[in-house]
Design a binder for this molecule. Sequence first.
Ligand SMILES: *Cc1c(COP(=O)(O)O)cnc(C)c1O
Length: 459
Amino acid sequence: MSDQTRFILNETDLPKFWYNINADNPVPPAPVLNPATKEPVTPDFLAVIFPMLLIEQEVSTEAYIPIPDEVYEMYKMYRPTPLIRARRLEKELGTPAHIYFKYEGVSPSGSHKTNTALPQAYYNKVSGTRALTTETGAGQWGSALSMACKFFGLDLEVYMVNVSYQQKPYRRYLMETFGAQVFASPSDRTQAGRAALARDPNTPGTLGMAISEAVEVAATSGGLKKYSLGSVLNHVLLHQTVIGEEALKQMDMAGEYPDVVIGCVGGGSNFAGIAFPFLRENLRSGQRTRLLAVEPCAAPSLTRGVYGYDYGDTARVAPIIKMHTLGHDFVPPAIHAGGLRYHGMSPIISSLYDAGLIEAVAVPQLATFEAALTFARTEGILPAPESSHAIRAAMDEALRARETGEKKVILFNLSGHGHFDLSAYAAYNEGKLEDFESPEEAIRTIPERLPEIPSMQSA
Ligand SMILES: *Cc1c(COP(=O)(O)O)cnc(C)c1O
């Protein structure tokens, strides 16, 4: 075991390939359905909003997909990212556990989202796309894609969930600085947005609504604009696996192997990024690392949702996918972890969870901020509210190890920094944050709010 604190790889250790879990996945995700016909989607349906190169990655079962040279060179601006042993946090908790975290907050826009923003912009550019549309919650995805679009000379329209647009204006200024156009969602620029505003003029907005707007703009652009999604889809999870591939090498440098790997989940991409390379080792080499996904109690799709077919967006224009869902019309409470306010979940994460190959837990907002403060005060890094869900779960594992005296090795993904989330910290410090009642009524009615799928629901 190493006595180092930071484990830093050389530039030449940056992985040359992304790892595709669907090469080893014993429970491949169910087919994606066309929202109009409810039949499996055809590539030409998807080609209206995505470039073919990304559609190919979406359905690929190749284990290793090469990272294009241009993307690789840009990754080198911030990768490999550090893996750090949280020695001061361990001491504070009085735990015999060893706590390591992979720090994705060093990326230029401050989160792991850059790992997929760069390749998505690249594949669009080489496919002749002129402009992209997207949604963003707290704004991390929008910032990452704004930067990537500027690098590759693409225009970008961002539909930003209204509550975050209001709570977190600085993320908007960052996107605009990178050259993107940002609109509060729901907006009056789309049919989906106008319908949502007609239903509730004061709606805080949701990722599901913002997705509807961004998809509509791309789908009605006559092929000029494509749509880009920052999570959920197979190709997004694929791009994030550089995190776990690096972490495997860094744990090796540390002379330890994790008993548990932890990540927060909104749509599932940063968790997949760190966990899938370790899952491969479980599946292929008999390792037995626990893989723990952490979600907010306010949007508990894995732990309380239904595993079934549902729309990816509120206006029912996005494909129907089999996933753990709270219902496409579910409006999560306005928690500060805006990136975790999604009604559904990645179909790969859902099927792995259903099969018991990964675990999940939900944590409340106040306990999450408490963990964030402990982390900031010991390790000196201000975590994103989303990432703090992983910190909460890692601390809980470490505290349990203190009870049992076990020298557990814990690895979590610190998916981003919280420098643009200071209004949330101010609210917490002033005692103005609250926990939300678990949405019992909404959860009880999920089955009746899902679309009827004639042939597939039982398949
Ligand atoms: C977007 C975001 C998340 C949630 O998205 P996933 O796709 O589940 O990773 C988590 N952490 C940060 C910092 C984010 O920006």
